[in-house]
Design a protein around this ligand. Structure first.
Ligand SMILES: NC(=O)c1ccc[n+]([C@@H]2O[C@H](COP(=O)([O-])OP(=O)(O)OC[C@H]3O[C@@H](n4cnc5c(N)ncnc54)[C@H](OP(=O)(O)O)[C@@H]3O)[C@@H](O)[C@H]2O)c1
Length: 296
């Protein structure tokens, strides 16, 4: 069965080929405040992941620190993927941020914490190796000590591919000098283009650029008054283009993301099956030059 996931095209993500339209697991665990809100129904969240894979998604982004009081994104992904052949889906995870068992933010991992954090992901995902691990920058000036620790775990075979997240172009180059980087995951979207230079650098280097908050935009949680006016103007433009295509503004945001370059991958996050299907349908939307000019 050919689906809109396949229409999004493919990208060589390290040693694996993935469709450019993937899935973000952060919203599976709770509603409201990111992953940590009211726990979602476990069976529904598992069904969302399974539907994504049935529709061709073979790249899922998760993290051990995505959990609510009752749900763990890694546990849900592990359980959902048990229904499919091993290695059908590239599972990417992240280390850097740390939470205590009650869910509070503990701050940043030290380099010596990273082995334990990688092993936690291995246990929760039920794997012997991790396909892709991002070092999520925690406002470090230099990534060198942390990234070197992950590079060692890669040498040992615990990790197949490495990425970096929330980084500047200089930090990307710093990491690349230590070990190969196959992907950069930064916040980026229609109303949030601070990382445009990093995105372009990735394109030139043949590295995947994987934006987060492509749908949620610059105001994923609390309303930020300072950015509200600009974001509303972007929303109006997205709504106009959406109307012309007979789709939703969220789908236009995803289509715009995928139009930024063949190396740009989408990982929309949802715990809602109708939203998932809409997001996947966005893989087949082709924006015209006029649409892209209007969207800016
Ligand atoms: N590296 C990092 O620091 C970092 C930070 C944040 C996230 N991430 C990763 O990036 C992924 C994407 O980020 P995200 O999940 O926060 O944001 P997102 O994909 O930009 O947007 C998700 C939000 O939009 C809603 N939504 C999704 N599809 C929709 C649709 N078709 N129509 C209407 N609403 C829709 C979701 O609610 P519903 O659940 O109700 O659909 C949710 O509130 C995450 O899942 C995570 O894997 C990485």
């Amino acid at each position: 069965m050919t689906t809109a996931t396949h229409s999004s095209g493919t990208w060589q993500l390290g040693d694996r080929t993935v469709y450019r339209l993937g899935f973000g697991a952060m919203r599976l665990t709770g509603t409201g405040a990111f992953h940590n809100g009211t726990p979602r129904d476990r069976a529904s969240s598992i069904a969302v992941v399974r539907r994504a894979v049935e529709l061709g998604v073979n790249h899922i982004d998760t993290a051990a620190f995505y959990f609510s009081a009752l749900r763990s994104a890694n546990e849900i992904v592990n359980s959902a993927l048990a229904a499919f052949p091993a290695d059908e889906v590239l599972v990417a995870t992240k280390v850097g941020p740390r939470r205590d068992r009650a869910g509070g933010w503990e701050g940043a991992a030290r380099p010596e914490d990273l082995r334990g954090d990688v092993e936690q992901n291995l246990r929760e995902l039920g794997r012997d190796h991790l396909d892709l691990v991002y070092l999520r920058n925690m406002r470090w000036d230099s990534l060198a000590d942390h990234f070197s620790a992950l590079a060692e775990l890669r040498e040992e075979g615990l990790i197949r591919n490495l990425g970096v997240s929330s980084v500047s172009a200089a930090q990307l180059h710093e990491a690349r000098a230590i070990a190969p980087v196959v992907a950069v995951q930064n916040k980026f979207g229609l109303d949030d283009t601070d990382s445009v230079e990093v995105m372009r650098a990735c394109g030139e280097l043949g590295i995947a650029f994987v934006p987060f908050f492509a749908i949620a935009g610059a105001r994923p949680g609390a309303e930020a008054a300072a950015t509200a006016t600009a974001a509303e103007a972007d929303e109006d433009r997205a709504a106009k283009v959406a109307e012309a295509h007979g789709v939703s503004p969220q789908q236009i945001r995803l289509a715009w993301t995928l139009a930024q370059g063949p190396h740009v991958l989408a990982i929309p996050g949802t715990g809602d099956i109708a939203h998932l299907e809409a997001n996947i349908a966005a893989g087949a939307i082709r924006l015209t030059h006029e649409d892209l000019a209007l969207l800016g």
